[in-house]
Design a protein around this ligand. Structure first.
Ligand SMILES: Nc1ncnc2c1ncn2[C@@H]1O[C@H](COP(=O)(O)OP(=O)(O)OP(=O)(O)O)[C@@H](O)[C@H]1O
Length: 210
């Protein structure tokens, strides 16, 4: 059994087919990159895998449907910027999330912040963060507690070159720690450097894996 299995997954939003018969099998402990032009369906694919969106067809993660209730799957997700509280610091925002996520320690929070290049002693409120800092905090919440599966939509589009290098090292480290990662990006070089496999999407379909 594959770690992640999609069979004929399709989704139509307002008469617009955004995923068309996607069939994919993905293995555990790998880094997958998803590339494609604007509107090709990369974000929709991540939404489908995360269980945030219902689809036609079948999706299984370790044999389980990500949408059905029951024991939650251990997934960290950053799709667009999460709704952090503007009046809280980055660390306070993560502490708030830790209240609803089992087993997250202070040490986990500090590790996640430092891993994305944020300083846990920085007293600035989230509302004052630059776009790049917001994106870094978005990644920090997705990697909190090192989930088994981590889905990152365009994790580096607002991050400077030094930050991109840091995110590459982080992603490699997360794989070493046992996570499976699926990342989307417009930056083909970024994905080719990092991913075990690059999946190309076009018009809601997977057209190439290499
Ligand atoms: N809320 C929505 N309602 C209707 N259609 C949508 C919605 N969000 C996205 N779409 C459509 O779904 C299709 C796939 O969009 P998706 O965001 O997955 O593309 P993408 O490959 O991630 O693009 P980008 O590179 O711009 O992020 C597009 O045709 C888009 O117009």
């Amino acid at each position: 059994m594959s770690y992640i299995e999609l069979r004929n997954v399709s989704k139509t939003i307002k008469k617009n087919p955004v995923l068309k018969n996607v069939t994919l099998e993905l293995e555990q402990h790998k880094i997958y990159g998803i590339q494609g032009v604007n509107g090709s369906g990369k974000t929709m694919l991540l939404r489908a895998i995360s269980g945030l969106m219902r689809t036609e067809g079948k999706i299984r993660i370790q044999g389980r449907d990500p949408v059905t209730k029951g024991q939650p799957l251990d997934i960290g997700v950053m799709i667009e910027l999460p709704g952090f509280l503007r009046e809280f610091t980055g660390k306070e925002n993560l502490e708030l999330l830790a209240l609803i996520q089992k087993g997250i320690t202070e040490q986990d929070i500090v590790w996640a912040l430092r891993s994305v290049g944020l300083d846990e002693t920085d007293n600035r409120r989230y509302g004052k963060y630059s776009l790049g800092m917001k994106q870094r905090l978005g990644i920090a919440q997705a990697i909190l507690g090192v989930p088994q599966l981590i889905l990152l939509d365009e994790p580096t589009n607002a991050i400077d070159a030094g930050g991109v290098q840091q995110i590459k090292e982080l992603v490699t480290d997360l794989k070493k720690q046992g996570s499976t990662l699926i990342l989307t990006s417009h930056d083909r070089m970024f994905l080719e450097d990092l991913a075990d496999e690059v999946i190309t999407m076009e018009g809601g379909r997977v057209i190439c894996r290499q």
